[in-house]
Design a protein. Structure first.
Length: 326
């Protein structure tokens, strides 16, 4: 049993602190399993008959996160990508407990008044994994996303070291964005300040990022309708949102129903805190209440500022919108 976190700290901050530590440790487990070569590729039926690939590393990492959050907050609602398989794993295996950390991800910032007195019963944690390369944790309060964590176990090498280090980026509604690289320690502000990203996006060429694995004709048509200077094909919703924050792309265009709530809840918070938006193709935000459909049936459109979002939504072809709605 892990030691309880300081209960004088608002619940949301304790939950995010715990989630960051859990995501980091789950990433270490993924690294260990992949580097050992002991990874079994599995599959399950996906949307529209496609197969979703997952691995034992994905199951193990989700089990670590779910058990560590439930250990501190036993009544909290967690909705995960591999819930049934993870429950079986937790019952059969003794998962390593998440080590307590002493870092302050909030750098002494005060919790916003709206998040100071939150009932755990009103909170849902959405937990997603993208083929062992991205861990996504989203926290929703009364259906609205209020905190998000994106962990990349294999981010990039630093200096002359060829080994890839991990990165964790998180955001809380009203508290901004932070990141930590490598081992958990004092976090730094996200290297690309949100205003710099928006200014660069507005003055540079138009770059669209879209799905690498789901290039259906209507997805390609929507991307081309924007007449971009460049289209980047990348995996993972969290990864694509980080590309917007870092100024590597202007728009994230995915007018298809392949994304789930656990893919978008956490990344949406990061984008919101940077002044951006994530909506469906009609400009409506998704509801993250516990009883909603898991599928984001009306697609995902995201950009770094409201004006950019309006421009992009107007360019999505009507027949693409009708296809999603019908």
């Amino acid at each position: 049993m892990a030691a309880a976190l300081n209960t004088s700290i608002p619940f949301i901050l304790r939950l995010v602190h715990r989630s960051i530590a859990a995501a980091h440790q789950a990433g270490l487990e993924i690294r260990k399993l992949l580097e050992s070569g002991d990874v079994e590729a599995l599959s399950k039926p996906g949307h529209d008959g496609e197969l979703d690939v997952y691995t034992a590393a994905d199951l193990s990492s989700q089990g670590i996160i779910e058990s560590s959050i439930s250990d501190i907050f036993p009544v909290i609602k967690i909705i995960g990508e591999e819930d049934d398989r993870v429950r079986d794993l937790v019952q059969r295996c003794e998962l390593k407990p998440v080590l307590e950390t002493v870092f302050d991800p909030f750098e002494g910032k005060e919790c916003p008044d709206a998040l100071k007195s939150v009932n755990v019963e009103d909170v849902v944690v959405w937990l997603g994994l993208v083929e062992h390369v991205t861990i996504l944790i989203g926290v929703a309060l009364m259906g609205k996303p209020v905190a998000g964590i994106v962990h990349q176990p294999f981010w990039k090498s630093l200096g002359n070291d060829k080994e890839l280090v991990g990165r964790t980026v998180w955001g809380i509604c009203g508290m901004g964005i932070g990141e930590t690289v490598g081992t958990l320690g004092t976090p730094t502000v996200l290297t690309c300040h949100p205003f710099q990203a928006i200014e660069r996006a507005a003055s540079s060429k138009t770059i669209v990022v879209t799905s690498r694995s789901h290039q259906a004709p209507h997805v390609v048509k929507a991307s081309e309708s924007i007449t971009p200077d460049e289209v980047i094909y990348a995996g993972g919703c969290g990864n694509k949102v980080l590309m917007l924050l870092e100024g590597k792309a202007n728009y994230y265009v995915y007018p298809s129903s392949g994304c789930k709530k656990w893919d978008t809840c956490g990344p949406e918070v990061l984008l919101n805190e940077a002044g951006g938006l994530l909506t469906d193709v009609f400009g409506s935000r998704y509801d993250y209440s516990p009883d909603v459909e898991h599928l984001n049936r009306l697609g995902v459109i995201a950009s770094v500022c409201p004006d950019a979002q309006k421009r992009i939504l107007c360019k999505i072809p009507e027949d693409v919108k009708i296809k999603l709605k019908g």
